[in-house]
Write a protein that binds this ligand. Structure first.
Ligand SMILES: Nc1ncnc2c1ncn2[C@@H]1O[C@@H]2COP(=O)(O)O[C@H]2[C@H]1O
Length: 224
């Protein structure tokens, strides 16, 4: 049989399906759908090996191992996805941070954080002291003081502690709540560990922090 006859034969159909799905999986950025596509694609590849009469047992054994690895990871992702229980308010608050992360990644991200309501007058960071948390303000207003001078007010949608999180330095300002403030407080250490493990989460978070710092700079220079 010529190469073309082989390529267009019925026996090659599962192979074409397998490699098309695997190629599509390379284009996916959502880890859940990527793994699912990989399992389906590799499954078709095994069928292809079996019906094409060229059962290559070492390849089938390796394919089975790849499917098993992906199924275990899919199980973990599904467990994380189902563990995510958020009110509509909470979903709206975190939307700017999580972007288009998978639900399982959002659940992992939220495991490093705590929802809190801080009463008026709460000191969130003290200038020149270490910062333990990266705090995202969901509702309410805070004041930012440097050397006891008021330099800014920051509110919903902004981070407090972003400079120390990104650079590892002590607090550049003292931040105090002006009123009751609803926050999502991330443990910096846990968050850094998660960012090392998952580049997509790190990318989404640092993009948001970068955008927030640019906004703060624009406000600060606009006042000059
Ligand atoms: N000029 C400013 N405008 C807005 N926010 C600021 C300003 N200076 C400091 N901050 C915030 O105050 C925080 C104090 O802790 P960090 O230095 O980690 O991160 C700082 C910023 O989140």
């Amino acid at each position: 049989m010529s190469i073309w006859d082989q390529f267009f034969s019925w026996a090659a159909v599962p192979g074409h399906i397998a490699y098309t799905i695997i190629a599509i999986s390379y284009l996916l950025t959502n880890i859940f759908w990527l793994r699912l596509a990989a399992v389906v694609g590799i499954g078709f590849e095994i069928v292809y090996f079996l019906i094409s009469g060229s059962a290559v047992w070492p390849s089938i054994a390796w394919d089975s191992a790849f499917i098993l690895i992906n199924l275990v990871q899919l199980g973990i992702l599904l467990r994380d996805r189902f563990s995510l229980k958020l009110s509509d308010d909470q979903k709206a608050f975190i939307k700017p941070i999580v972007g288009d992360l998978d639900k399982a990644q959002v659940a992992q991200l939220l495991r490093t954080a705590e929802w809190r309501t801080l009463p008026a007058g709460t000191v969130m960071t003290v200038e020149a002291e270490p910062v333990r948390e990266l705090t995202f303000i969901c509702q309410g207003q805070t004041e930012v003081r440097v050397k006891d001078q008021l330099v800014a007010h920051i509110g919903a949608g902004a981070f407090v502690g972003d400079v120390s999180f990104a650079t590892g330095v002590t607090a550049t300002a003292t931040v105090t709540t002006d009123e009751a403030v609803r926050v999502l407080a991330f443990d910096q250490e846990k968050l850094k560990t998660l960012c090392k493990r998952d580049e997509q989460i790190a990318h989404a978070l640092y993009r948001r922090i970068g955008g927030g710092l640019a906004d703060k700079m624009r406000v600060a220079t606009g006042r000059l």
